[in-house]
Design a protein around this ligand. Structure first.
Ligand code: G6P
Length: 588
C-alpha cells in the first residue's frame, strides 16, 4: 500500500507535494515524509510518524524549498511505525532519496550483501534496501537507467519507487506491480500512485506498465527497461474532476460518498449498451463463471451470485480474492473469471486474474478506477462511473457494483429494461433513506452503540447484512456478527441474552416469514430488535423504514452504511481513516 507522489516543475514543490500527499492519505497513514532538492543541490528530508497534518505540524514540510521533490505516506508492512522507518530513505552518500510502494520480497538477503559491502542502514524496512542497491549498482553502471535496470533484475516482489537524484535533479519513476501514473501539466510533471492526487493540477495522465521507467525534469522521457529503449506512450485525459475528490462541505468523505449514491447509481445504470452486450455474450458462452473480490467488493460478489442464481438459474460462485489459489483448479479455457474491484489494484484479486489467465480463462472486470491494473489486464471490463472514492470504507462504489451486477443478471435473462426499472426504484429509495440520516443517527446513539451487535438476514439480505457487519467493524470498531437468520439456532443463540442488540433485515419477500421466526427466537431470550423493513412489524422494538420495492434488500444498503458512519463518529473515530486499514491493498 502506501502513497507516493513526485513533482518536478517550475513552482515550489512542497505545497504541491503536501496537498497531493493528503489526497493519497487513504492509502496509508501511519507515517509520512518528503524530500526536496534545494537551491544548493542538496537533498533535504523531513519525516515523522502519525497522520499527515500531525507530522506537518511537527516538521513543517512547507519549510522545504525546491522545485523538485518526492513525498510518501506509509502503511507499515516491514518495520514498525517509527520515524526511522518512514520514507524517504537516502543512500549512504546522500545522493539519492527514494520512496517505495510495494513489498521487496528478497530484502533480507540483499540487505545482508549490502551490509557486507559497507552500506549503513538506518531502518528495518525492506524499502531502504532499494536505495542502497541502486547506489551500489551505480558503481558499475554507465548511468542511473542502467543501475535501475540492474536493480530491477535483482529485486523480487512489488517495488514501484520514485528516486530523487541529487546530481541530475531528476526523478526516476519505476513501476513494478504497484500503480504508477505520470501527470503531465504545463511545464511540470507529477508521478503518483493515483490520479486523484494531482487532478487539481492536470487531468492528463500516462499510465506506466511494469518495468517502465519515467524520468522527470523539464521533460518526461519513458524507457522500457526490458526492451532497453526509449518509448512513446499515449496521454489519457481523465474525466474525473478535482472537486469530486474534495469534501465539499461534508464533515467526512464517507458521508459525502453515501449522499452521492443516488447520482452515482444512475451513472452506474448508464452502461455502454455495446460493452454490456459483449459481456452478456461472454457470460452466456462460458461453461463456468466465478466472481472474485475482496472486502466490500466480495460482498458485492455474494449479492450478485444470489441474483444470478435467481434470475438465470446459473451458479456463478463467488471466490474471496485471498482464497483464489484454493480454487485455481476450477479454471480453464471455458471458464470466465469476473473480477470486482473498486481500486482495480487489489493484489489478491490481481493474483487470481493472472493465474486464471495463465490457464486460458477469460477475465471480465468491474472497476472504478480507469486505467487501473485490473482493468488493463482484463479481456473485457465495465466501469462503475462512481467518481473518486476517497473514504477507506467503500460505499458508493459498493452500491454501484451491486447495481451493475444485478443489471447484468437481468440482462442475461433478457430482461434489461425490467432490470433498469427495478433498479431505478431502488435508487429512489436511496434518496429517501439518505434524508433519514438524522433519525438513523439518533437510533444508533440510543440503541446500537454497544460493544456487540448482531445482524440477521436471509436470501440477498444475508450478504447485505454481512456488508453492514463489515462496515460496523471497520469504522465503528464494534464487534459485529452477521448471520443468516436460520443459523441462529445452530450457534449464535447461545450469545443472545437480555439487552443484546440485533439488527434484522426483513424485506417483504419469500424470506419474511422465516425472518419473523428468527426474530422471535431472539426476542424470547431478551434480545432487542431494530427492524429494517418496508413494513412496521409489532415484533420490532425499533424500526427503520423504507419503501416497498422489488429489490428491497439492495435498497437497505445505505441504511447500514449510515448506521456504521454514525456509530463511528459517535465513538470519536475518523470514519474516513479507520485504524490499521487502507483503501488500496496492493500487498498479498
Ligand atoms: C480494502 C478496502 C475495502 C475494499 C477492499 C477491496 O480492504 O479497505 O474498502 O473493499 O480493499 O478493494 P477493491 O479496491 O478491490 O474493491
Amino acid at each position: 500500500m502506501c502513497g507516493i507522489i513526485g513533482y518536478s516543475g517550475t513552482r515550489q514543490a512542497s505545497p504541491i507535494l503536501l496537498a497531493s500527499l493528503k489526497r493519497l492519505e487513504y492509502r496509508g497513514y501511519d507515517s509520512c515524509g518528503m524530500a526536496l532538492l534545494n537551491g544548493n543541490k542538496v537533498i533535504d528530508v523531513k519525516k515523522g510518524t502519525g497522520r499527515i497534518e500531525e507530522v506537518n505540524g511537527k516538521v513543517d514540510f512547507l519549510s522545504l524549498s525546491g522545485k523538485v521533490g518526492i513525498a510518501h505516506t506509509r502503511w507499515a508492512t516491514h518495520g514498525n511505525v517509527t520515524m526511522e522507518n518512514a520514507h524517504p530513505f537516502t543512500s549512504c552518500d546522500q545522493k539519492y532519496a527514494l520512496i517505495h510502494n510495494g513489498i521487496l520480497e528478497n530484502y533480507v538477503e540483499l540487505k545482508k550483501q549490502l551490509i557486507e559491502k559497507g552500506h549503513h542502514f538506518n531502518s528495518t524496512t525492506d524499502t531502504e534496501v532499494l536505495v542502497h542497491l541502486i547506489e551500489e549498482n551505480m558503481k558499475q553502471a554507465k548511468d542511473l537507467i542502467d543501475a535501475i535496470k540492474k536493480t530491477s533484475e535483482q529485486a523480487e516482489g512489488a517495488f514501484t519507487f520514485l528516486l530523487l537524484s541529487q546530481d541530475s535533479g531528476e526523478i526516476y519513476c519505476f513501476r513494478k506491480d504497484s500503480p504508477l501514473i505520470i501527470g503531465v501539466g504545463n511545464n511540470e510533471f507529477f508521478a503518483s500512485s493515483d490520479i486523484t492526487s494531482f487532478l487539481e493540477y492536470t487531468n492528463k495522465a500516462i499510465i506506466l506498465e511494469n518495468y517502465e521507467l519515467a524520468i522527470l525534469n523539464d521533460e518526461c522521457k519513458i524507457y522500457d527497461l526490458v526492451a532497453e529503449k526509449e518509448i512513446e506512450k499515449d496521454i489519457s485525459i481523465i474525466e474525473w474532476t478535482a472537486e469530486q475528490a474534495t469534501k465539499t462541505g461534508y464533515p467526512h468523505f464517507m458521508l459525502k460518498e453515501i449522499v452521492e449514491e443516488v447520482e452515482v447509481s444512475k451513472h452506474a445504470l448508464d452502461q455502454d449498451p455495446i460493452k454490456l452486450a459483449g459481456i452478456v455474450k461472454l457470460l452466456h458462452q462460458a461453461k463456468n463463471v466465478y466472481f472474485l473480490g475482496s472486502g466490500t467488493s466480495y460482498r458485492a460478489c455474494l449479492i450478485a451470485s444470489i441474483y444470478f442464481a435467481k434470475f438465470t438459474h446459473r451458479n456463478f460462485m463467488p471466490i474471496l480474492g485471498s482464497e483464489f489459489k484454493t480454487y485455481q483448479n476450477l479454471f480453464d479455457n471455458e471458464t470466465v473469471l469476473f473480477a470486482i474491484s473498486q481500486s482495480g489494484e487489489t493484489a489478491d484479486v490481481l493474483e487470481g486474474i493472472r493465474i486464471a489467465k495463465s490457464k486460458g480463462s477469460k477475465v471480465i472486470s468491474l472497476v472504478n478506477v480507469m486505467g487501473s491494473t485490473i482493468m488493463r489486464e482484463s479481456d473485457q471490463y465495465l466501469t462503475l462511473n462512481a467518481g473518486p472514492e476517497i473514504a477507506v470504507a467503500s460505499t458508493k462504489a459498493f452500491t454501484s457494483q451491486v447495481i451493475i451486477l444485478v443489471l447484468l443478471a437481468f440482462a442475461l435473462n433478457n430482461q434489461l429494461s425490467e432490470g433498469k426499472d427495478q433498479l431505478n426504484e431502488v435508487i429512489d429509495q436511496f434518496e429517501i433513506i439518505i434524508k433519514q440520516s438524522d433519525f438513523i443517527k439518533e437510533l444508533s446513539k440510543k440503541v446500537l452503540n454497544k460493544q456487540n451487535l448482531f445482524l440477521i438476514g436471509r436470501g440477498v439480505a444475508f450478504p447485505v447484512a454481512m456488508e453492514g457487519e463489515l462496515k460496523i467493524k471497520e469504522i465503528a470498531y464494534i464487534h459485529a456478527d452477521a448471520l443468516a437468520g436460520g443459523e441462529l439456532k445452530h450457534h449464535t443463540l447461545a450469545l443472545i441474552e437480555p439487552g443484546i442488540s440485533c439488527i434484522a433485515l426483513v424485506p417483504n419477500d419469500e424470506t419474511k416469514d422465516d425472518m419473523i421466526n428468527n426474530i422471535m427466537q431472539i426476542k424470547a431470550r431478551g434480545g432487542i430488535i431494530t427492524g429494517i423493513s418496508s413494513e412496521k412489524l409489532d415484533i420490532f422494538d425499533h424500526y427503520i423504514s423504507l419503501g416497498k420495492v422489488a429489490l428491497e434488500p439492495i435498497a437497505m444498503i445505505p441504511i447500514l452504511q449510515l448506521i456504521a458512519y454514525h456509530l463511528s463518529v459517535l465513538r470519536g473515530n475518523d470514519p474516513d481513516f479507520p485504524r490499521n486499514l487502507a483503501k488500496s491493498v496492493t500487498v498479498l
